[in-house]
Design a protein around this ligand. Sequence first.
Ligand code: MG
Length: 261
Amino acid sequence: MTRGIIVSAATAVSIAVAGLAVSAQLPPNPRAAELQQWAIHDLTRPMPPVVDPGPAGPPAPVPSDATVLFDGRDLSAWTTAKGQPVTWPVRDGYMEVVKGAGAIQTKAAFGDCQLHVEWASPAPAVGASQDRGNSGVFLMNTYEVQILDSYESATYADGMAASIYGQFPPLVNASRRPGEWQSYDIVFRAPRFAADGTVTAPARMTVFHNGILVHDNDQLTGPTAHKARPPYKAHADRLPIGLQDHAHPVRFRNIWVRDLQ
Ligand code: MG
């Protein structure tokens, strides 16, 4: 009799958990304590230690199975959000953000992928905090790895260079000086959604900044946003990769992607 009561209680708990939909089955976030401890864009959240990545080199070699998104010569792989030709100028092997021209995105769509991006913030540096060499790489046009001039320049930790914006600062600050070429190598795993739209696996990112590990399979809480951590909203399996116009003339070169799906 006693045993029967225990089984019934367990069943009730199981039904209650099922009521939370598939999200109840998500693995715990290893950095959940940080998310609890720090408010979004909390200025008291510690900045990570500085690591000198060494000098910038020439553009990284392109793997034979990669899709080249930008080779320094043309923007044929890119479009605006409205499907118009990109007006960012291309010269001397790089493209440059034009204030007000708007974000750009790849014509092709990607889900799981390995993405290589090289960028440089303006030199001499202008502005401070978020108003200093700001752009961003958006996986699936939704999940931002922040681009910012964070060389001897403070801002909120979850918005510095190589942060997963509004969620996770990088493990270290591997920034080079403004004007020097920097690289991101991003291994992105797209979130998975059930047929009813609930998330069954969160998006995950491993990121190297100038060759240095800054995110080790971090689980995103949902889309990145300013002053918000919105929940996941079901989307397509593949979406474009975006580059942000944050009104600063950030430069890009040598962008390629390897499809991991
Ligand atoms: Mg940005």
